[in-house]
Design a protein around this ligand. Sequence first.
Ligand SMILES: Cc1cc2nc3c(=O)[nH]c(=O)nc-3n(C[C@H](O)[C@H](O)[C@H](O)COP(=O)(O)OP(=O)(O)OC[C@H]3O[C@@H](n4cnc5c(N)ncnc54)[C@H](O)[C@@H]3O)c2cc1C
Ligand SMILES: *[C@@H]1O[C@H](CO)[C@@H](O)[C@H](O)[C@H]1NC(C)=O
Ligand SMILES: *[C@@H]1O[C@H](CO)[C@@H](O)[C@H](O)[C@H]1NC(C)=O
Ligand SMILES: *[C@@H]1O[C@H](CO)[C@@H](O)[C@H](O)[C@H]1NC(C)=O
Ligand SMILES: *[C@@H]1O[C@H](CO)[C@@H](O)[C@H](O)[C@H]1NC(C)=O
Ligand SMILES: *[C@@H]1O[C@H](CO)[C@@H](O)[C@H](O)[C@H]1NC(C)=O
Ligand SMILES: *[C@@H]1O[C@H](CO)[C@@H](O)[C@H](O)[C@H]1NC(C)=O
Length: 504
Amino acid sequence: MRVSSLLLSLAGSVATVAAEPSKVVAKSSPSVKAGCQALEKPLAESVFLPNTAVYDYEAQNFWSNTEILTPGCVFRPQSSDELAEGVKTLVNADAEFAVRGGGHMGIRGSNNINGGVLIVMSNLTTLQLNADKSVLSVGPAYRWEQVYSYLAKYDLAAAGGRLGPVGVPGLLLAGGVNFYGNQVGFGCNTVINYEVVLADGSLVNANSTQNSDLFWALKGGSSNFGLVTRFDLETIPSTQVWAGAYTVSAEYVDAFLAAIATYASDIFDTKTHIVPALVPGDSTLASVILFYDSDNTTFPDIFTPFTKIPSVSSTLAFKTVAEFANELGAMVVPGINDVFVAGTVKGTTYDELYQGISIINTTFFNELPKLYAQVPSANISTIQLDWQPIGADWIEASEARGGNALGLDSSQVYLCYAEVVEWIGSAYDDVVASWVEETTYAINNATQKAGLYDAFNYMGDAAGFQSIFPGYGAGNHQKLIKIAQKYDPNGVFQTLMPGGFKVY
Ligand SMILES: Cc1cc2nc3c(=O)[nH]c(=O)nc-3n(C[C@H](O)[C@H](O)[C@H](O)COP(=O)(O)OP(=O)(O)OC[C@H]3O[C@@H](n4cnc5c(N)ncnc54)[C@H](O)[C@@H]3O)c2cc1C
Ligand SMILES: *[C@@H]1O[C@H](CO)[C@@H](O)[C@H](O)[C@H]1NC(C)=O
Ligand SMILES: *[C@@H]1O[C@H](CO)[C@@H](O)[C@H](O)[C@H]1NC(C)=O
Ligand SMILES: *[C@@H]1O[C@H](CO)[C@@H](O)[C@H](O)[C@H]1NC(C)=O
Ligand SMILES: *[C@@H]1O[C@H](CO)[C@@H](O)[C@H](O)[C@H]1NC(C)=O
Ligand SMILES: *[C@@H]1O[C@H](CO)[C@@H](O)[C@H](O)[C@H]1NC(C)=O
Ligand SMILES: *[C@@H]1O[C@H](CO)[C@@H](O)[C@H](O)[C@H]1NC(C)=O
C-alpha cells in the first residue's frame, strides 16, 4: 500500500499520523487544529475537510509521494483578498499552516503539514498580458506548461521552468534556472512586480520603486516574507527555438564531460542553454538538453563539442518553447518518490571546471554500489547527475535587472550540480535519504579539498538536509533576515508556517 493511500484512509485523525512508517512527528498542539476551525467561519466556502472531493484531490496533488501528509483541512482561496483574510485569521488564531504552489519541492513538510491548514494556490488564476504584451501577469496556480501554451498563441515565451509540470511560484521564488538565462539571467530577474500578502494580512506590491527591499528579497528568498498572489513577468518574443535532447553512449562519457567544461569555460553564444546529465544504468548514458534561441539556425558552433560525439538518439528540431517543455516534462514520472540534491563547484578555466566535473562524476559513481546494494534495481526508476553552468553573461544579465539574493559573482563560472534519485516504494525513503546525504558530503569534501567547492546550493534542486541561505554569502543572508523582520516582525512565516527553507 502506498503511504499516500494509507494516510488518506486515516485522514481526519491527527493521532493516527503516528502510524506513518517514517519520521514525521505528529503535532497535536491546539494551534494545529485551531486553524481549520478559525477559517470555517469567515471562509467556509473555501475550506475543505477530509473526505470531501476537493480535500482528496488537493491533498494528493504533489510531485513526489514523499511530500504527501495529512493536513487538517485544505484552504483554497478564490482571490488574493480571500487569501489575505485567511492569513489574518490564521495569525489571530495562532494556527500553523503550509503553502503549496505547483508542489514540486520534493521535500517532506516544505509545502504540506500534518493536522494544520494546507493553503493551495489552485484558484489564484490570473493569466493576462498587458496592452503591448511585454508583461504577463500570472497567478501562483499555474504550471509552466500552461504559461507557455498561453504565450505561444502570441509568439511569446518566458524565462521559466524547463519541464512543463513544474509550478510557477516556487520556481520564481527560488531563482529560476531557465532556457534564456544567458540573455536575461535568473527567471526571478524577469519579474517586474510581485503582489504579496504580508503577515498582517495586507496586500501590497513589491517592485523597483515600491517596497524595493522586499522586491529584491523575493528573488531567491522563497517564502520568508509573504505569500505571492501574482507575478508580473517580462515576456520574451519567440516563434520557435532549435532544441532537443542529444544522447550518447557510455563509451563517450569522458568526451561528454570534457564538452561540458569546454562550454562552461567559454559561453560565447548567449542564445544557448544546456543541461548535461549522466544517467547510470546497465550502461551509462550521457544526455544533454540543448537549447538554441533561434528559428533559423541549427547546430551552432558552441554545441560542436557535444554534437560531434555520435548520438544514439536525438530530438533536436525546431519547436515552440511550449512543445519543448512538454517534451521534457514527459521524461519524468509523477506519483513516485523523488529526491533532488544540490551542490556547486566553481572555477574560471577549462582545467578547473573539468576537474570539478570529474571529481563529482567519480565520487558519485564510486558511491552508487552502496545504493544498489540496498534498493533493488526494479525499484529504482531514475538516477541522474546533472550540471548547470552559470557564467558571467547570466549573472550580469541578472544584475542589469536589479540583481537577486543568490550572491553569485560574475568573475566565476558556477557549475551547479544536481543528484536525482527516483524510486518506487516508500519502504526505501530512509535508505535513499541517507545515501544521498552521504554521497553529497563525499562529493563536497572532495571538491573542497581541490579548492573548487562553493557553498551555493540552488534551492530548486536542494534536499531537506541542506542549507541554502548561508550559501548566498553572509551579507545577503543578513540582509534577508532584516527584510523578513521588517515585513513580518513576529516571524509568522518562520514559525506558524514552518515548511520550506527559512532565513532564520
Ligand atoms: C521535475 C522537476 C523539474 C524542475 N525543473 C526546474 C527548472 O527547470 N528550473 C528551476 O529553476 N527549477 C526547477 N525545478 C525546481 C523547482 O524550481 C522547485 O521544485 C520549485 O519549488 C517548484 O515550484 P512549485 O510551485 O512547484 O513548488 P511548491 O512545492 O509548491 O513550493 C515550493 C516552496 O515555495 C513555497 N510557495 C509556493 N507558492 C508560494 C507563494 N505563492 N508564495 C510564497 N511561497 C510559496 C512553498 O511553501 C514551498 O516552500 C524542478 C523541479 C522538479 C521536481
Ligand atoms: C479551483 O481549482 C480547481 C483545481 O484546479 C478547479 O477544479 C476548480 O474549478 C477551481 N474553482 C474555481 C472557482 O476556479
Ligand atoms: C509598483 O507598486 C506601486 C504601488 O502599488 C504601483 O503603483 C506601481 O504600478 C508598481 N509598479 C509596477 C512596475 O508594477
Ligand atoms: C536568423 O534570424 C536572425 C534573427 O531574426 C537573423 O539576424 C539572422 O540573419 C538569420 N540567419 C539566417 C541564416 O537566416
Ligand atoms: C566518470 O566516471 C566513470 C565511472 O566511474 C569513469 O569511467 C569515467 O572515467 C569518469 N570520467 C571522468 C572524466 O571523471
Ligand atoms: C518495488 O517496486 C515494485 C514495482 O516495480 C512494487 O510493486 C513494490 O511494492 C516495490 N517494493 C517495495 C518494498 O515497495
Ligand atoms: C564533509 O563531510 C562531513 C561528514 O562526513 C560533513 O559534515 C561536511 O558537511 C562535509 N563538508 C561539506 C563541505 O559538505
